[in-house]
Design a protein around this ligand. Structure first.
Ligand code: AHR
Length: 316
C-alpha cells in the first residue's frame, strides 16, 4: 500500500503542470450571402481558417439583405461575442448598429467590403481588395484593346454589382476614370445584375434586345454575371469573346474555364481567401495589439492566353 502511495505521489510530481485553459475566442461573422462563386470560396475560407485557428465561429448568411446583417450583428452583441466581423452588403446605413457594438466594447472587423461611416473608430480595421483599382485594371485592358482596333466608337455595356455595394460603386468609378481617356469608348447601357449568374443573363438579354446600337464590349463587375451573360450572347446567336469582348472581375475557376473555351477575354483577380488573415487580425485585436486600419490584398490580371496554364493552379 505504502509503495503504491509513494509511486502515485512520484507520478504526480513528475507530471508537468497543465496550462490554464483559456476559453476559445468567439467571433460572430455576418456574410453577405451566397450570390457568387467568389462568395462561396470566401465563406469556405473563413470557416476553415476559424477551425484552424481554434476560434469559435458564429456564422450567419444575410441573403444579400442589410436588415438581416443588422439583426445578426445585434444578436452577436447580445451574445457578448469577443469580436464581430462582417462583409457589408451595402456601404451606407451602419452607424447606429456599429455604435451599439462600440458601446458594448466589441471590436468590429470589416472584411471584403467597407462602409461609409461618420466615425472611423466604429471599426477596428478593414481587410479587402482595392475595388477602384480592379475597375481601373478592367478599364486599362479595354483601352489597350481599343488602341489596337481601327475605326470608330466602341460601345460598352456594363453589368453592375449589387446597387449601393462598395464593389459596384468603386469598380464603376475606376473603370470610368480610365476609359474617359479615349473618346472612342462609350458606355451605352449600364444596369445591375446583382452579382448573380441568373440576373447577369437576364439583363444581358435585355441589352441584346435593344438593337439600336451594336455592342462591342461587356464589362461585368463579377465573373458570375459574365458567365450568365455569355449564355445570353450565345442564345442570341453571337460568339462571346469574339463578337463581344468580355472583361470581368474575380478570377474564379468558372472564369478560367470560360477563357479556356475562348468565351471570356480577361478576368481581374479579386482574392476571396481572406480567412487566415482575418483570424490573425481577430486574435491581435482581442489581445489589444496594434493593427493597420486598412489591409489590402495583392492581385493579378489574367487574360485568355494564360487560362489553360493557370487553371490547375486556381484555388477557388
Ligand atoms: O465583394 C466582392 C464581390 O462580391 C465579388 O466580386 C462578387 O463576386 C461578390 O459577390
Amino acid at each position: 500500500m505504502k509503495i503504491l502511495r509513494r509511486s502515485l505521489l512520484a507520478a504526480a510530481l513528475l507530471t508537468p503542470a497543465l496550462p490554464a485553459f483559456a476559453a476559445p475566442l468567439v467571433m460572430g461573422f455576418s456574410q453577405v450571402g451566397a450570390e457568387s462563386e467568389w462568395r462561396t470560396a470566401n465563406t469556405a475560407s473563413v470557416k476553415a481558417a476559424a477551425k484552424e485557428a481554434g476560434i469559435t465561429l458564429k456564422f450567419a448568411d444575410a441573403q444579400q439583405k442589410q436588415e438581416n446583417q443588422v439583426k445578426a450583428i445585434r444578436s452577436y452583441i447580445a451574445q457578448k461575442v469577443d469580436v464581430i466581423a462582417f462583409s457589408p452588403v451595402v456601404e451606407s446605413g451602419w452607424d447606429t448598429v456599429l455604435k451599439e457594438a462600440k458601446a458594448a466594447g466589441i471590436p468590429v472587423i470589416l472584411t471584403d467590403r467597407s462602409v461609409k461611416v461618420a466615425d472611423p473608430s466604429l471599426y477596428a480595421t478593414f481587410i479587402g481588395s482595392d475595388f477602384v483599382e480592379e475597375g481601373r485594371k478592367a478599364g486599362r485592358w479595354v483601352v489597350e484593346r481599343a488602341a489596337k482596333a481601327p475605326g470608330g466608337a466602341l460601345n460598352i455595356v456594363e453589368l453592375q454589382g449589387t446597387v449601393g455595394s462598395a464593389p459596384a460603386i468603386d469598380r464603376k468609378k475606376g473603370f470610368e476614370e480610365v476609359i474617359k481617356a479615349n473618346a472612342k469608348l462609350q458606355i451605352i447601357r449600364s444596369q445591375s445584375g446583382e452579382f448573380t449568374r441568373a440576373k447577369g443573363k437576364e439583363v444581358m438579354e435585355s441589352f441584346l434586345k435593344q438593337r439600336d446600337k451594336k455592342i462591342d464590349v461587356l464589362f461585368a463587375h463579377n465573373d458570375d454575371m459574365a458567365i450568365g451573360a455569355i449564355q445570353a450572347i450565345e442564345e442570341a446567336g453571337l460568339k462571346p469573346g469574339q463578337d463581344i469582348a468580355i472583361v470581368s472581375i474575380d478570377g474564379v475557376r468558372g472564369a478560367f474555364e470560360a477563357m479556356k473555351a475562348g468565351k471570356l477575354n480577361v478576368t481581374v483577380e479579386c482574392n476571396p481567401l481572406l480567412g487566415p488573415q482575418l483570424m490573425q487580425l481577430a486574435k491581435d485585436i482581442v489581445a489589444k495589439k496594434p493593427v493597420d486600419k486598412r489591409i489590402t490584398v495583392t492581385e493579378s490580371v489574367y487574360t485568355a492566353d494564360v487560362a489553360a496554364k493557370e487553371l490547375p493552379n486556381r484555388k477557388y
